[in-house]
Structure formats: C-alpha cells, structure tokens
Design a protein around this ligand. Structure first.
Ligand SMILES: NC(=O)c1ccc[n+]([C@@H]2O[C@H](COP(=O)([O-])OP(=O)(O)OC[C@H]3O[C@@H](n4cnc5c(N)ncnc54)[C@H](O)[C@@H]3O)[C@@H](O)[C@H]2O)c1
Length: 265
C-alpha cells in the first residue's frame, strides 16, 4: 500500500466507517500503516470497505455496533484490546442528520436519536478508550462535528445543536485528558458529498444546479470525503502533537465569511 506510513502500526477505531468520510478515513489510515477497527450499523457496506482494504494489504477488524448504545461501544473497545492490545486513535465519526422540521414541529424522538448517535456516541467512545489511553500515557481522539455546530443554516435544529455539543465535549474532554498526553480535537466539515448529503446532490444534479452547491464557499466548491480524511489524519498523527481541544473548520472557507447575499460575484 502506498502512503507515507504516518500511522505505522497505530491502532485506530473509526466509527461510521461504512460510508462517506468514515470510509475515506479508513482507506487513508490503512495507506498510512494503521491497524483498523471499523464499525457501523450498516454491516453490508462495512464489509465492502473491509474487503477493499484487506485486498490492498491492510489489516482490518470489523464489528457492527450502534454507537448510541453504551454496552455495544464497550464491547467494541474490548474487542480492540483483544485483537491489538492497545488503542492509539479513536475517530468518533458516526452521525445522523435528523430532520429539517420547523420550530413548531420539533420532535423529541428525533432529538433523542440525533443526540444518542452524534453526542453520546462520542461520549461513550471517549469514556471507554480513555482508561486504556491513560495507562498508555498517549492517545489521539478526533470527533467529527460540522459547520452546523458553528453557524446556523447547515442542518436541522437537533443536528446543529448536537454538533455544537460535540465541539464543547471536545474541549471538556481535552481538558480532562491532557495531563495523560491524550489529545482530543475535532473537525467541522462543510458540505461534502457522502451518503448523508446524497439526496441534496442528486436533487441539484437533476435540476442542473450542481455548480450552485458550495458556490457560497470561498473556494467556490463543495468538498470530497478525502479532503476531510486528510485533516483527520493530521489531527491523529504526531504532526499535531501540541494540539488539543481545537475545532478545525474544513469547509472551503465557508465559516470565514458572513456570506451576505449579493456580495459574491
Ligand atoms: N457530509 C457532510 O456534508 C458533512 C458535513 C459536516 C459533518 N458531517 C459529519 O461527518 C460524519 C460522517 O458522515 P458522512 O457525511 O460521511 O455521512 P454517511 O451517511 O456517508 O456516513 C455516516 C455513517 O455513520 C453510520 N451510522 C449512522 N448511525 C450509526 C450508529 N448509530 N452507529 C454506528 N454507525 C452509524 C451510517 O451507517 C453511515 O455509514 C457525521 O458525523 C456527519 O454528521 C458530514
């Protein structure tokens, strides 16, 4: 496998690895020499990712879990220890969108589900790797938030609030774990073509408006999953050894601007 081997023999857990950003991160980490534990609720798609990576010479173990269920997350971390005897990296990537309902139609069940996956998934993962990383006196955790956690307008109410919570949890857990040389950072992607956003892309293409997607970003385009994977790699690697508690927007400059209507030509 090609790559710069920046994660040689590092053990990395990636959640939501069957699709989109998680799958791209799994492929990139494998190229960089990492040993992987990949998980998702979508077993069939997860197996495809595993087959592709093992076919290219990578080392992968997969297990279906729902990250919103604490006992399943604990089982996954136990499995990682049994397989590899350590955990160097955790990427809390699994996420769901929820709905786009108006304020008068907010649904508690949707909020609970979005929070279970997007927030508690990261909390449980961090909880169960923390003890191991504390003993190792090293570790890197990367949470996937969103530009929706920074500004309104990139998702529904529950989604945006959950992603803001992920940024804050990144800070509080970084403070709890810093003295053990465990770094916790987060990435806030802008619009990326993945399973989660496929409907938006399909609709825009159908209407001949694909170019409009991402046109309000400073780079005038939407992003690719590989462009997020590269930043997750950076934060997971020793190149970011003095970084913790940070949220990096990877959004083509979208959150750098107020994007006032009519100001872009
Ligand atoms: N695509 C974007 O534009 C975008 C922008 C900002 C942030 N994000 C975030 O990036 C992360 C990855 O999403 P993506 O865009 O690659 O979407 P995706 O739908 O392609 O991938 C998400 C994966 O998470 C899995 N998943 C969902 N619920 C799960 C659960 N309970 N337990 C385990 N796995 C579960 C899904 O099966 C899927 O494979 C998410 O946290 C998402 O919120 C995406």
């Amino acid at each position: 496998m090609e790559g710069n081997r920046r994660l040689e023999r590092k053990v990395a857990i990636i959640t939501g690895a069957a699709s989109g950003i998680g799958a791209a991160t799994a492929h990139r980490f494998a190229k960089e020499g990492a040993y992987l534990i990949l998980t998702d609720v979508n077993e069939e798609a997860l197996k495809k990712v595993k087959d592709q990576i093992t076919g290219a010479g990578g080392r992968v173990v997969t297990k279906r879990i729902d990250v919103g269920k604490e006992d399943e997350v604990k089982d996954l971390v136990d499995l990682t220890l049994n397989e590899y005897s350590k955990v160097d990296i955790l990427v809390n990537n699994a996420g769901v969108m929820g709905d786009l309902a108006g304020i008068d139609a907010q649904d508690g069940d949707v909020w609970h589900h979005v929070y279970d996956v997007n927030v508690l998934g990261a909390v449980y993962g961090t909880k169960y790797v923390a003890g191991i990383m504390q003993k190792q006196k090293s570790g890197a955790i990367v949470n996937i938030s969103s530009v929706a956690g920074i500004r309104s307008g990139a998702g529904g109410n529950a989604y945006s609030a959950s992603k803001a919570a992920v940024i804050n949890f990144t800070q509080t857990s970084a403070c709890d774990l810093g003295e053990y040389n465990i770094r916790v950072n987060c990435v806030c992607p802008g619009l990326i073509e993945t399973g989660m956003t496929q409907m938006v892309f399909d609709y825009a293409r159908e209407k001949g408006k694909e170019k409009k997607l991402g046109s309000r970003c400073e780079l005038r385009r939407y992003g690719r999953p590989e462009e997020i994977a590269g930043v997750i790699l950076f934060l997971s690697s020793d190149d970011a050894s003095y970084m913790t508690g940070q949220a990096l927007a990877v959004d083509g400059g979208n959150t750098a601007s107020l994007n006032l209507p009519g100001m872009k030509f």
